[in-house]
Ligand binder design. Structure first.
Ligand SMILES: Cc1cc2nc3c(=O)[nH]c(=O)nc-3n(C[C@H](O)[C@H](O)[C@H](O)COP(=O)(O)OP(=O)(O)OC[C@H]3O[C@@H](n4cnc5c(N)ncnc54)[C@H](O)[C@@H]3O)c2cc1C
Length: 402
């Protein structure tokens, strides 16, 4: 009987164990350093677990991955979000698609996912060893020995599903793998600016953001003012696509924000028309653009514009200053904050060292990888779990034939 050891009791490790039915040909053991398993799944998506995303075409789906786009093509051809939906529904966890295409369990609780994967793994006869932190991996002839403090386990087949664990990356480096330097992805920007101060919760639907000094790079969409600065899907996308460049800048850089998402010229023209048609109306009570009253009043305050006057009294200088703020504000970003809903690490095992038809290492036979241990990560929206499910499925299919 072959001994399969899964290093890491997270999303990927448990999805593999859930798919490896009881067999006389192999035994499956999960080793997990913590007291409890699947901790990230539990807290994922604000406790609701954003399982996947309603995007079913592999060619489109891979576009959501700043790292891994090319390699995931074939992976998603074998197991894509439709398969994820079917898999969980077959295992009594119905899912629902929300208006932004994110997919959650109908129960709105990550525990449905955790319990399903846990129960399925136990039914399959998986042995789960918690509080078993691996601190070295030894290759001995055709076996891998994983060493914990007081105990070691030998494996004929080792599946590394350890997520973003520096210790395991060190072990893999010792086995000859290249580790792409890990840096955070999916974070929000710290900005201290009086335009944003105390406007927590103010949002914009069509904002456009660019990083000064990074030519031709723009993101458009939802933007949110937070306690610390700016967040929301647009900022998170930038933090993912530019994770490495922003780390190199030590998270100190300038961004240009167009809160309206229309050009300066168009905004100016619309504002002039609004002013001409509303000359006898009060500025504070009548906004030319769909922004919140608090933000509108903050802009007026910032430019020392008397908000109780009528539009007819608004000078050209004041009008252009407002349009300028709305369409081309520049902010200094000084650091980053954790996005509590979802964050991942960019970096990990170099992708050219893995065979994506099987997820097996090209350096060692019978060594496999799935999940965040690889240099693959997606933007926010369920893409990170989808990569875990798909890669794990491929491994389980591969192992069924041993
Ligand atoms: C707050 C938060 C919310 C998130 N929400 C979402 C979401 O809604 N949707 C989405 O798609 N993605 C989400 N993500 C990302 C997602 O959780 C990860 O991409 C995913 O969990 C990666 O799975 P994994 O199996 O590779 O690693 P993990 O789930 O991190 O599992 C790795 C396991 O290995 C164990 N381990 C590590 N080192 C050792 C060792 N030395 N010995 C033994 N065991 C070890 C760890 O304790 C852990 O249990 C979220 C992430 C965070 C942090």
């Amino acid at each position: 009987m072959k001994k399969i050891v899964i290093l890491g009791g997270g999303a990927s490790g448990f999805f593999i164990a859930s798919n490896l039915e009881k067999s006389k040909k192999y035994s499956v053991t999960i080793v997990e350093k913590s007291k409890s398993v699947m901790q990230k799944v539990r807290i994922s998506g604000g406790g609701r677990c954003n399982v996947t995303h309603a995007c079913y075409e592999p060619a489109q789906l891979v576009k959501f991955y700043p790292r891994g786009e090319r390699e995931l093509q074939s992976v998603f051809h074998r197991f894509n979000p439709k398969d994820t939906i079917q898999w969980f529904e077959k295992n009594n966890v119905p899912l629902k698609i929300e208006s932004d295409n994110r997919i959650f369990p109908k129960s709105n609780s990550s525990s449905s996912i955790v319990e399903c994967l846990y129960d399925k793994s136990i039914q399959n006869g998986t042995l789960i060893k918690t509080e078993f932190p691996i601190n070295s991996i030894e290759k001995k002839e055709n076996q891998f020995i994983v060493h914990s403090k007081n105990e070691s386990l030998s494996a004929d087949i080792l599946l590394v599903c350890s997520g973003s664990a520096p210790k395991i990356w060190d072990c893999l480096q010792e086995l000859g793998h290249t580790i792409i330097n890990p840096v955070p992805s999916l974070f929000s920007f710290n900005i201290q600016d009086k335009l944003l101060h105390d406007l927590l919760g103010t949002s914009f639907q069509n904002a456009e953001i660019s990083i000064i000094g990074m030519k031709k790079y723009k993101e458009k969409g939802d933007l949110l003012i937070t306690h610390w600065g700016l967040s929301g899907p647009t900022i998170l996308r930038i933090s993912a696509w530019k994770a490495r460049e922003l780390a190199e800048l030590d998270y100190n850089f300038e961004i240009k924000v167009n809160f309206l998402g229309i050009s300066y010229e168009q905004a100016l023209q619309e504002f002039i028309e609004f002013k001409n048609n509303n000359g006898n109306k009060k500025i504070e009570k009548n906004k030319p653009f769909s922004i919140t009253n608090r933000f509108w009043n903050r802009i007026l305050d910032n430019h020392n514009i008397n908000s109780s006057k009528n539009y007819a009294e608004l000078t050209k200088k004041e009008l252009t200053a407002i349009v300028n703020t709305l369409t081309q504000s520049v902010f200094n970003v000084e650091g980053k904050s954790i996005n509590k809903e979802e964050f991942v690490t960019c970096g990990g095992v170099k992708l050219s060292e893995v065979n994506f038809k099987t997820m097996e290492s090209k350096k060692h036979k019978n060594l496999y990888f799935a999940g965040e241990v690889l240099n693959i990560d997606g933007i926010t929206g369920g893409f990170n779990f989808q990569a875990c499910w798909s890669e794990s499925y491929i491994i389980s299919e591969e192992l069924k034939s041993i």
